[in-house]
Design a protein around this ligand. Structure first.
Ligand code: IYR
Length: 219
């Protein structure tokens, strides 16, 4: 191995305002993101999805291994197959797997085993984590890395005026099967992406954020 090479830090992003103001404006944008379960079937271009994936993959990752794959599904039949398999797991979840406490915690969100959005949303973005590289070599901090990329994906979609849902049918193994992914790719998150339906509603309970003094400690 040769000595590591370094280049000057150039092309820095300048918000053009003080950090306080830039952060406040960004918060004003982010705070209006809502997880949406009622999608319109209005199309979203492939180019849009490509830019969103590029945004997501600016995330830092363990040793810059970029241990992720974004499988972006627009094919009707594939979306249908995902819905059928997801609803099978969800019926089990709601009827047997979920504890009474879990079901009670979900009640304010009004969720149930019906996952119509999996067919209505124009795109289902299935984020896989790569537990090893395609050539079998190591990856590091895989969940942290993919979690960061997933967060950026949600923020980027919101910035583009689009809605997302972080859907985690459990177990998610069926996604690898339906999408024909190899064994070293593990489903991480299923993200329906699109425009909200015109009559979209969101649960009131999900609007509440814990106050800063509960989430932030300064030492
Ligand atoms: N996966 C189920 C249940 C569910 C679980 C959690 I934690 C949520 O925040 C929301 C739903 C479903 O999608 O209905």
């Amino acid at each position: 191995m040769g000595a590591p090479e370094f280049v000057p830090l150039t092309d820095r992003f300048d918000p053009g305002v003080a950090p306080e103001e830039a952060a406040r404006r960004f918060h004003d944008e982010l705070r209006r993101r809502r997880t949406v379960r009622h999608f319109s079937d209005r199309a979203v271009s492939r180019e849009t999805v490509e830019w969103l994936v590029r945004c997501a993959t600016t995330a830092p990752s363990g040793a810059n291994k970029q241990p992720w794959r974004f499988v972006c599904v627009q094919d009707r039949e594939v979306k249908r197959a995902i819905r059928v398999a997801a609803e099978k797991e969800e019926r089990e979840f709601y009827a047997h797997r979920a504890s009474p406490e879990w079901l009670a915690d979900l009640e304010p969100l009004g969720t149930d085993p019906n996952k119509e959005f999996l067919e209505v949303a124009p795109w289902l973005v299935v984020i896989f984590k790569l537990v090893r590289a395609d050539d079998g070599s190591n990856h590091y901090y895989v969940s942290e890395s993919v979690g960061l990329a997933a967060g950026l994906f949600l923020a980027a979609a919101h910035h583009a005026g689009l809605a997302t849902l972080t859907h985690t049918p459990s177990p998610m193994g069926f996604l690898a099967e339906v999408l024909g992914r190899p064994a070293h790719e593990k489903p991480f998150l299923l993200v329906p992406l699109g425009h909200p339906a015109d009559d979209c509603v969101v649960p009131k309970a999900a609007l509440v954020r814990k106050p800063l003094d509960e989430t932030m400690i300064i030492r």
